[in-house]
Design a protein around this ligand. Structure first.
Ligand SMILES: C[S@@+](CC[C@H](N)C(=O)[O-])C[C@H]1O[C@@H](n2cnc3c(N)ncnc32)[C@H](O)[C@@H]1O
Length: 231
């Protein structure tokens, strides 16, 4: 008689890590346990960013992405806006190795510039006032929620998940430094947790950004927040 082996789901490895790939905006993306696995809500972040650039008539925006992971955001942006120029930063050497593989695979070496940086640390004075857009899908899980994550989410890098005690630490950094790096009329676009939209919109307004708005996913959750620098 055949023996049926039941899988221990407390130690589940995401199938994308087993396959070594995931799909993002129709692109094949190499992934392994050094990087966060692409999510559909991040497609919304890219689409919102592209639609705002197009509404401004920007064909060659200069963009800074913080926390690039596998590189999906710059790959999505340069797929939809082929003349954009994206500086893509991450603190993790392993993530940057995976991002490099993906950037080369999609032939975007001339458009996507990978930088090892602790948030803005590698971006000096020469970059102040130079970006049209700052975009990020930062770690945003609160300490209380980290323990409650499903096993397959826990298999992803801790550094990609941990957003500090209330999950909002990275938004504080992005909003305190980000406006300095934007051109006079530029915008910030971030992905947020399904229940963080209102808190992050308030943070954008307190940071002095204007026309602050949220974008909602197909389930009705606010998953992207954007706001403009004025003058
Ligand atoms: C939620 S993942 C997003 C990855 C990718 N952009 C995506 O959307 O799939 C957050 C990323 O931020 C990076 N990160 C964490 N702390 C950072 C820091 N202090 N500076 C730069 N990147 C950081 C992590 O290594 C991880 O790749």
């Amino acid at each position: 008689m055949d023996t049926i082996v039941l899988r221990d789901y407390s130690e589940t490895i995401p199938y994308q890590y087993e396959d070594g790939k995931a799909c993002f905006l129709g692109m094949d993306i190499a992934v392994d346990p050094r990087v966060f696995i692409p999510r559909p809500e991040t497609e919304l972040l890219v689409e919102a960013t592209v639609s705002m650039c197009r509404a401004m008539g920007w064909e060659m925006p200069n963009i800074l992405e913080l926390g690039t992971g596998s590189g999906i955001i710059p790959l999505g942006l340069t797929k939809m806006m082929p003349f954009s120029n994206v500086f893509a930063a991450d603190i993790s050497r392993g993530a940057l190795d995976v991002a490099r593989e993906n950037v080369e695979k999609h032939g975007k070496e001339g458009r996507v510039h990978l930088v090892r940086s602790d948030m803005f640390s590698a971006f000096g004075e020469e970059h102040l006032g130079s970006f049209d857009v700052i975009v990020s899908n930062p770690p945003y899980i609160s300490h209380a929620d980290l323990d409650k994550l499903d096993a397959w989410v826990k298999a992803e890098p801790q550094i990609a998940l941990n957003g500090g005690p209330d999950g909002l630490d990275y938004y504080r950094t992005i909003l305190s430094r980000g406006p300095l790096y934007l051109k006079k009329r530029g915008f910030i676009a971030v992905e947020v947790g399904y229940d963080q939209g209102r808190a992050v919109r308030d943070m954008f307004s307190l940071a002095g950004l204007s026309d602050v708005r949220g974008f909602f996913d197909m389930n009705g959750y606010e998953r992207v927040v954007t706001g403009w620098k004025n003058g």
